[in-house]
Structures are given as structure tokens and as C-alpha cells.
Write a protein that binds this ligand. Structure first.
Ligand SMILES: *Cc1c(COP(=O)(O)O)cnc(C)c1O
Length: 365
């Protein structure tokens, strides 16, 4: 069968390995598998969300409120913007997709860091846009500017703040300085998937969506419930932007793009910011142990503003990941990014202790 020609050049996102796979392949019981590979919240989600979902499970036969009135209202309040400044996506992934489809076509370009969230390029390839990347793996704002100035038709720029899968984060001031040099016709996507973590660790990294879009109406801020809020399985993300941008993105959104229960979960999650705060505090307490661990094993690591840590290895990362998996521990191999490195999600105290022990045995052995 012949397919759309662009399909030939497309690759799919390599998702983190699921617990089910380790159960099937290595015969380890699901309860003994530790998955610290996809930057999910190891403490789960707010108990208030669980309670609400139990109480409202019967509503799954009904389509959700497609205006998403309550969720948009709650986000608008959180960020002191209007509901017309918000779009909800099936994960912020979907808002990335909308942003690209709204701006790109076969002749223009998009710009991103060399090693950043893979979905930017994957969706970019779907519109056959040319993907430009900085020479440095990590975000280097000077390189972004140089490339921007020497290429006329860059339609979308992605800034991942902090960056997945490396963990570094540009300062807010650098980002705002950079934005002054960008044409009002270039859409700048500020992906804040880990902003809850970065903003806690260092105030100078904190991006206020309202300030961002009011100063630069060509910027859109993306947030998600999948990471700090612990709702990865519910698939809810959002974009905060100028109402003209949001209106354009809405044309690409299909009705009912998130589920009735996802909508409920997100609304309830926003009522329990204390849960998020506690998760973030514990994250950095445990992160400190990872830094000690990396030093002890003489592994280079990137100081992280997220809920994961990326370590460069002296042994083959594929081998290490494979051996860990045999022991029921799933982490993320960064080989496909051209790095002999691993990205480990900061787990609970118990999960981390187990990882330290097994990892050390394998790494030294
Ligand atoms: C996890 C992640 C997202 C989006 O996740 P969703 O589950 O689709 O909301 C977006 N950007 C980055 C950098 C991420 O790590």
C-alpha cells in the first residue's frame, strides 16, 4: 500500500519501557519492578484526586464538558490570566503538536537545542519543516540567537526550561533578553514541564506565564499535569498564550480531546498544591543522594533542575540499562540521543536505595 510520502521519513517516539515489559521478559513480579524512567511522580498523585475519581467513575459514560470551563477557570486563576489565554491538550504533547501545525509548512524551519525533548522534532517532521539544532547539547542562548539571525524563515523556536533529557535550565533573564531579538511572527514555545521543580530550586529560573505572554505575545508557555502533579496516566497538559495564539491553536483541537475523568483529575489536582510542594521538596532531598552517588562512582552528572538526573557513563549505557532491567529496575538509556549516558528519575527513598546498590554492583563489576 502507498502511504503519504512524509511517513517514510518519520520515526516514532521511543517511550520509556513499561513495567509490564519487565514482568513479561524477566518474570519479575510487577510489585518488585522499579520504574524510574519516565519522570513520573514516585509518590503518585494527590489522594484528593484518587477520591474524586472514585466518586465520579460512573460519569465515564458521558462526554466531558468540551469548553473545559472549570479547569480553564482554575488555571486562569492560578496564573492570573483569562480563560481565553488557555488551551487544554491531551498532555502538553498535544499542545506542542498544535503549535507546530499552526505555524509550520513545507518551506520554513524550526529551532531547538541539540539534545532536547524528542517530540519537537517528531512533530516537526510531520509538517516536513526543516529542523535546526544548536551545536551544543544543552541550551546555549547565544547559539540560538546566532542561528536565528542567519536563517530567515524560522517559524517556531523551542526552549525547554528546564531541559529534558539533560536537566539544565536557562535563567529567566537570559530568556527574556533573547526574546527581545525575536520577530513577533516567530512562535516561541517555552516548555515548562518541570518548572515546578526548577522554580523551587532556583528563583532565577522561574518563568511566570502571565509576564511571559504579556511581554512577548509571540511566546506560549506549556505546562503539564504529568510530572509534579503525578497524573501521567491521565494525559492532561495546557498552553498559556496570547488570545490570538490560543484561538489559532483551538482550530486544531478535536472535540473532547481529554476524557471526563482526566478533566476531573486535573481540577482536583489544582486544589492540592501542598501535595506538589511536598513532592518537590522530597525530590531535591533525594537528588542530593544521587549527586553523592555519582561522585562516589566517579560519574559525571549534569546539575539538574528537574525530577531526574542525567549521568554520563564510563561503561556502555545499553549494557548497564539491560543489567538493571534484569534486576527489575527501569531507567532511561540516552544512546538514541547519541550520548553514552542514562537519565534516572528521582524515585522514593526506598527505590533510590535499591538503585544505588544494584547500579553500583553492575557498574563496578
Ligand atoms: C513530559 C514532558 C512533556 C509532556 O508530557 P505530557 O504527558 O504530554 O503532558 C512535555 N515536555 C517535556 C519536556 C516533558 O518532559
Amino acid at each position: 500500500m502507498k502511504f503519504n510520502e512524509t511517513l517514510a521519513n518519520l520515526t516514532s517516539y521511543e517511550a520509556g519501557k513499561p513495567i509490564e515489559l519487565v514482568v513479561r521478559e524477566y518474570g519479575i513480579e510487577a510489585k518488585n519492578v522499579i520504574k524510574i524512567a519516565s519522570n513520573e511522580n514516585p509518590y503518585g498523585c494527590s489522594p484528593k484526586v484518587v477520591e474524586a475519581i472514585k466518586n465520579e467513575a460512573h460519569k465515564m459514560s458521558l462526554y466531558p464538558d468540551d469548553s473545559m470551563y472549570e479547569l480553564k477557570g482554575a488555571l486562569a486563576k492560578k496564573y492570573s490570566v483569562g480563560s481565553e489565554n488557555i488551551i487544554i491538550g491531551s498532555g502538553s504533547d498535544q499542545v506542542i503538536e498544535f503549535s507546530l501545525f499552526a505555524k509550520t509548512n513545507f518551506s520554513n524551519k524550526i529551532l531547538m537545542a541539540k539534545t532536547t525533548f524528542a517530540m519537537y522534532e517528531i512533530y516537526g517532521n510531520r509538517t516536513n519543516t526543516t529542523v535546526l539544532k544548536t551545536a551544543s547539547h544543552e541550551h546555549n542562548i547565544k547559539e540560538f540567537l546566532d542561528i536565528y539571525k542567519t536563517n530567515k524563515d524560522i517559524a517556531v523556536i523551542f526552549l525547554c526550561l528546564p531541559n529534558n533529557p539533560l536537566g539544565e535550565c536557562l535563567d529567566k533573564d537570559e530568556v527574556f533578553e533573547f526574546l527581545k531579538d525575536i520577530s513577533k511572527d516567530t512562535l516561541v514555545v517555552v516548555d515548562g514541564a518541570y518548572q515546578e521543580f526548577a522554580g523551587f530550586k532556583d528563583k532565577s529560573k522561574r518563568i511566570d506565564p502571565k509576564e511571559l505572554i504579556e511581554t512577548f505575545p509571540n511566546a506560549i508557555y506549556l505546562g503539564t499535569f504529568s510530572k509534579a502533579y503525578g497524573l501521567g496516566g491521565m494525559r492532561v497538559g495546557y498552553g498559556v498564550g496570547d488570545k490570538e495564539v490560543i484561538k489559532a491553536l483551538h482550530k486544531l483541537r478535536s472535540p473532547f480531546n481529554i476524557t471526563t475523568l482526566s478533566l476531573k483529575a486535573a481540577i482536583e489536582a489544582l486544589k492540592d498544591e501542598e501535595f506538589v510542594q511536598k513532592s518537590v521538596v522530597k525530590n531535591f532531598e533525594e537528588m542530593a543522594k544521587y549527586e553523592e552517588f555519582a561522585k562516589k562512582l566517579d560519574m559525571e552528572f549534569i546539575p539538574s533542575y528537574t525530577n531526574f538526573i542525567t549521568c554520563k557513563l564510563k561503561k556502555d549505557s545499553s549494557l548497564i540499562c539491560e543489567e538493571l532491567m534484569k534486576n527489575g529496575i527501569i531507567i532511561r538509556n540516552l544512546k538514541s540521543y547519541g550520548l553514552n549516558a542514562v537519565r534516572i528519575t528521582i524515585g522514593t527513598k526506598e527505590q533510590n536505595l535499591k538503585l544505588f546498590k544494584v547500579f553500583e554492583d553492575i557498574y563496578r563489576g
